[in-house]
Design a protein around this ligand. Structure first.
Ligand code: SF4
Length: 380
């Protein structure tokens, strides 16, 4: 959920960000509605998604719920700065000194005969009366679909073309990712007309009451309906029938089933972890959310003080060799020098750097906290 929009911003209608899944599995849109009604939606949020939301809100200049400026940690800030720099370079490359207008984080609607059918929200749109540049920021580590094949961006190109001035000649779309750089596609009139037809065809397929369910690793990966999907459940008996592991095509199909079922298993764990986190009274005998290990980190503003304190024990070159001042690297160097290890080393390091190290617990995780009871089966 973005910080300044209500959670139902999509009004229960198909959204551009899910378009690739809709194209691959037309039945998934209706099933995601059923999963929601049953309180069984999967992948509602994740640490990576929350990080992405925060960076997007920062880049759009939004404020948090209290009206204060959004604060990012070092890693989030690095990602945001990188994306911002690439985006600005691209604006200069495409528009030069031309005067432009800009919109950020705006949801546009596809309306046919006065009825809203679908929507999409772009990260940034820079435009003149004749050219629009739509930029999408990817904050994760997975390789995004390149702009030329990106279904979400195809929908956004259509929506932008429908909403911006009639003098618009072309829509340039860009997918900007930290690890994978910038990919670009250009939609002129013929490409926009074809994309519009594609979008309407997908919408018709979604609305068909008999829309088929078509499981595949790509479609099911983030599908909110995976917990209630019969097509995914039916993959398990197919696996049970395998007597010896097959080669070739059948082997590849088996691996696809394993990947999809693994997602289903993960989403079962996520479901119960969410229930236990949201409601401390929720009872799941033998299971609990167990706090993660404590991480120790040096904040960047303390690096100089860390350098000074450790200078008594380590040479500057040994300190510098600890790339990015990771505490583990510095601790290893100190242990080597003082010939101590384990608990003793950790305590010594903590004493030297007292006040400069921040302790953060890793996220709690769902764990069995009591052993399962042994059940004796009575044979007839
Ligand atoms: S889990 Fe897979 S097969 Fe089932 S609805 Fe979602 S995308 Fe389709």
């Amino acid at each position: 959920m973005r910080m300044t929009e209500p959670p139902d911003e999509r009004e229960g209608l198909p959204s551009a960000s899910n378009w690739r899944r809709y194209e691959l599995c037309a039945g998934s849109w209706q099933l995601e509605g059923e999963a929601k009604q049953l309180g069984q939606s999967a992948h509602e949020t994740s640490p990576a998604a929350r990080r992405g939301e925060l960076i997007h809100s920062y880049l759009a200049g939004e404020v948090d719920e209290d009206g204060t400026e959004i604060k990012l940690d070092d890693s989030e800030q690095q990602t945001a700065d990188f994306l911002q720099e690439r985006a600005t370079d691209q604006v200069h490359r495409i528009f030069g000194d031309e005067a432009t207008l800009e919109l950020a984080e705006k949801r546009l609607w596809l309306t046919v005969n006065g009825q809203r059918l679908a929507s999409g929200r772009f990260d940034r749109c820079v435009y003149t009366p004749s050219v629009a540049l739509v930029q999408d920021f990817k904050t994760g580590w997975a390789e995004p679909d390149p702009a030329e094949q990106n279904s979400q961006m195809k929908v956004l190109a259509v929506l932008v073309a429908l909403h911006l001035p009639r003098t618009m000649r072309k829509v340039v779309i860009q997918v900007i990712s930290g690890p994978f750089g910038v990919s670009e596609a250009i939609y002129d009139y013929p490409a926009l007309a074809k994309a519009y037809d594609d979008v309407l065809a997908t919408l018709r397929a979604l609305q068909d009451p008999m829309a088929p369910l078509s499981p595949s690793p790509e479609a099911c990966r983030y599908c909110p309906a995976i917990n209630v999907c019969q097509a995914v459940k039916s993959l398990a008996p197919a696996m049970r029938e395998v007597e010896a592991l097959p080669d070739g095509e059948l082997g590849a199909e088996l691996l696809d089933s394993v990947e999809i079922l693994q997602k289903r298993l993960d989403s079962i764990r996520e479901h119960y972890a969410r229930r236990l986190t949201a409601d401390p009274a929720y009872d799941l005998p033998g299971y609990a959310m167990v706090p993660g290990a404590i991480r120790r980190e040096i904040k960047s503003e303390h690096w100089e003080a860390v350098r000074q304190r450790l200078a008594e024990w380590l040479d500057l070159s040994e300190i510098e060799a600890a790339s990015n001042y990771r505490l583990m690297d510095l601790e290893r160097a100190l242990g080597k020098k003082l010939k101590i290890r384990g608990k003793e080393l950790k305590e010594r390091m903590n004493a030297i750097l007292q006040g400069l190290v921040e302790e953060k617990p890793n996220a709690a995780s769902l764990k069995r906290i009591s052993k399962p009871k042994l059940v004796t089966l009575e044979l007839p």
